[in-house]
Design a protein around this ligand. Structure first.
Ligand SMILES: [Zn+2]
Length: 551
């Protein structure tokens, strides 16, 4: 396991100089009462719910609990990054610093209008950082990131780069009501992540970013449209982070990722444990080569618990990532790769595949909800994928006798098998046999690997058919037509075969040990022998005339 990297944040809990509330005295309840008395009905409806009116935490308590190790058992942001980043991104060094800015509420409001926007936020960052130095003797550069968070309602709620460093600008309302769901997202921007997206989707029901932003319901970087759940301490939480975003911020334990390697073909079944369950043994993700210029695919198993409590059902998800150079920072987006039936969450039997060679494929074989395991079949080939070919063969298995009849004999049971070539990735398939011109053996299923018929008279033309249907819907077929042969003909062919077979050996058949010759001959009835002898003589004459060999 890699070494955890310390990435602490300085949380600058800001207030304007004429804000009367002391954050270590004023409670969340007090704040709610003030707002209910002074703010507009729209503001109250949009920001306050009943939990605010009974929340006895002081403002500072709320911040300490949410941002520092003090509240590590309350679903706070330290626990969030600790868990979803495989204990590799360490924010246990977070500290909260109450800051009084040298400007009044009115001055702040004026600056929020002009220059407004990012210029306003950068200016507030600079002032707050200066106060951090003045009041505490602390340099903001000793921290990985800085959050400026007002204890009053302020303008904007973003994460990214502020005043030259990773930062978040977002006030107390988002700590009290949106918790790890929102701070995980905005601090995620500070850690360099962009919004999560969906492959080949260029629209979203959600707004706020590029057209397909916020379209991964299973990732925190899709804040506007992902699967959150209600949290008693901080309003909202979840979901966790997808494997690509974890990797992008250095939070994926690579020793727990099954990797296919790149150049050669691979086909494997592995068991995945839930992505964020570092304490489970085994693989937490799997990696397959990307196709058509995609990054590699990361395959993950997610279950509805802990930070993922709101995701609904358990399932497997595939992601890639790409850089979006139309954006400055952050500009790395993860993309959820949908299954062959347009699913984002793959259930049992579902498949993700891409390419015609090279080709990558993921199939969910089974999910055990109780054991929290998912078995996935992973496959990659660098070669062109061809349509598989099926061929019917007479005979149920491999015969050691090379002279066994190649055509069914009238009145006997004829058994058929098939072989397949060009099959990539061990796709699942179903078999269906049928026959024209003959009866099947009673009680037999027509979906087995072999198929038997009662072989009719030689005058009847028989055709055996096979249809193979793959789990991705592809169908291939073969048929085999023949007229059965008589038992006598079969014996004759057997003899000729033995002759020609032995003829290939160093000693010509006419120099054989007479005993061996008798052995073969003795397997035939008198009538057969006469018949064979006549036929053999004709053949031998023909050979003599041609001066060649039996071929
Ligand atoms: Zn965002």
């Amino acid at each position: 396991m890699a070494t955890p990297v310390k990435k602490p944040w300085a949380i600058l809990l800001c207030k304007f100089s004429d804000d009367p509330n002391d954050p270590s005295v004023t409670t969340v309840k007090d704040l709610a009462a003030q707002w209910r008395a002074t703010a507009s009905p729209e503001f109250i409806a949009g920001n306050l719910d009943a939990t605010w009116d009974t929340d006895n935490r002081t403002i500072l308590d709320l911040y300490e609990l949410f941002f520092t190790t003090t509240g590590i058992f309350t679903n706070n942001i330290v626990d969030y990054f600790f868990t979803v980043c495989h204990q590799l991104v360490d924010v246990t060094g977070n500290q909260v610093f109450p800051i009084t800015l040298p400007m009044t509420i009115a001055e702040g409001a004026a600056k929020a209008l002009n220059p407004g926007g990012a210029a306003y936020q950068d200016m507030i960052f600079q002032k707050a950082k200066a106060e951090l130095q003045n009041s505490y003797g602390v340099d903001w550069k000793d921290f990985y990131g800085v959050a400026v968070s007002f204890q009053s309602a302020d303008n904007g709620s973003q994460g990214g780069i502020f005043d030259g460093g990773p930062g978040v600008f977002m006030d107390i309302r988002f700590v009290k009501s949106q918790g790890a769901a929102r701070w995980g997202h905005e601090m995620g921007h500070g850690f360099g992540l962009d919004h999560s997206r969906t492959n080949l989707q260029n629209w979203s029901f959600c707004t706020g970013g590029a057209p397909n932003d916020y379209t991964d319901p299973y990732d925190v970087m899709s804040w506007n449209c992902n699967n959150k759940f209600a949290d008693p301490n901080y309003g909202t939480s979840g979901p966790g982070m997808n494997a690509w975003n974890m990797r992008l911020m250095g939070g994926l334990d690579e020793s727990r990722v099954w990797k296919s390697g790149s150049a050669s073909a691979v086909s494997s079944r592995i068991t995945l444990r839930p992505l964020h369950n570092l304490s489970s043994p085994g693989y937490l993700a799997a990696e397959l080569p990307g196709i058509d210029g995609d990054s590699n695919y990361l395959v993950e198993f997610r279950v509805p618990q802990y930070w993922d409590a709101g995701i609904g059902g358990a399932g497997v998800i595939v992601h890639r990532y790409a850089q979006d150079n139309s954006r400055s920072f952050p500009n790395v987006n993860s993309y959820i790769m949908k299954g062959t039936n347009d699913q984002k969450l793959l259930g049992v039997g579902d498949v993700f595949e891409k390419g015609t060679g090279p080709f990558s494929r993921v199939k969910v074989v089974s999910i055990d909800a109780a054991a929290q395991t998912a078995v996935v079949a992973l496959c990659y080939t660098p070669d062109a994928v061809t349509v598989p070919k099926v061929t019917i063969a007479f005979g149920a298995g491999i015969s050691l006798d090379p002279c066994t009849t190649k055509v069914p004999v009238a009145g006997t049971i004829g058994a058929f098998s098939f072989k397949m070539t060009g099959l990539v990735c061990k796709k699942n398939y179903t078999v269906m046999w049928s026959v024209d011109g003959a009866n099947t053996v009673a009680g037999q299923l027509n979906s087995q690997n072999t198929f038997s018929i009662v072989t009719p008279d030689p005058s009847v033309k028989v055709t055996v058919f096979i249809t193979i249907t793959f789990d991705d819907g592809m169908v291939i077929t073969d048929s085999l037509s023949f007229n059965p042969i008589t038992d006598q003909m079969a014996g004759w062919l057997y003899f000729i075969c033995n002759l020609s077979h032995e003829r290939l050996k160093p000693i010509p058949w006419w120099q054989w040990d007479p005993e061996k010759f008798r052995q073969i001959f003795s397997q035939y009835s008198r009538a057969e022998r006469e018949h064979i002898a006549q036929a053999a003589e004709k053949i031998l004459n023909a050979i003599k005339n041609a001066g060649g060999y039996l071929k």
